[in-house]
Ligand binder design. Structure first.
Ligand code: SF4
Ligand code: SF4
Length: 195
């Protein structure tokens, strides 16, 4: 896979960094408890005029996100929807369609003594966008984490807002060189880095 060929060879990172990829919201590979987790998502849209009120979609949604309103119309509660796309295949009348397919990324998840669910980092439309973001995340991790500090612990130490800012400012050209060359870990404090 593209991620393997891009990042499998990285060495000298401050701590182990695990990437999990799941093709759907069932999340069999546990992306929320890996340092970087990626889930394929399908954002659905309802085309009311195609609906034949068969109610199959309601049964198909294990999140309870689909209901009928007082007029008998189908409604999708996007707050409850987890973008699994199951209702698309349940509807034989093209009344529920896939509006958008994306990769959703979580960062900072881990198991162990102090388990932590990853923070939602964002949705990305293409593999190249996704890989670019992973590259930046690893660059920030390689340069700002203390020795033995997992990504989730770094995020907790400096805050998710600060981490996102650092990733946003990261220049990809610098980062892989840094990690691949003989990376010298520098145990800088928050103040020294002006975080
Ligand atoms: S499965 Fe399709 S046609 Fe049937 S109620 Fe749901 S949206 Fe309407
Ligand atoms: S995408 Fe999944 S969670 Fe969302 S409404 Fe359809 S079946 Fe329910």
């Amino acid at each position: 896979m593209e991620l393997d060929s891009a990042f499998l060879h990285l060495e000298h990172l401050p701590a182990k960094l695990k990437i999990a990829v799941a093709g759907c919201s069932n999340s069999c590979t546990h992306p929320l408890v890996n340092d970087i987790g990626i889930i394929g998502i399908a954002r659905v849209a309802l085309i009311q005029e195609n609906c034949r009120h068969c109610l199959k979609c309601i049964k198909s949604c294990s999140e309870g996100a689909i209901q009928q309103d007082s007029h008998g119309d189908i409604m999708i509660d996007m707050e409850k929807c987890i973008d699994c796309g199951d209702c698309i295949s349940a509807c034989n009348h093209a009344a529920i369609v896939c509006e958008d397919r994306n990769y959703r990324m979580y960062i900072g998840g881990k198991m162990g003594r102090h388990p932590r669910f990853g923070n939602v980092f964002g949705d990305f439309a293409t593999q190249s966008e996704l890989i670019e973001q992973v590259e930046k995340i690893i660059g920030v991790f390689a340069n700002y984490a203390q020795k033995g500090e997992r990504l989730g612990s770094l995020i907790e130490r400096i805050s998710i807002e600060k981490f996102e800012q650092l990733v946003g400012e990261w220049q990809p050209a610098d980062q892989l060189d840094c990690a691949l060359l003989d990376f010298q870990f520098t145990d800088l404090s928050l103040n020294e880095m002006s975080l």
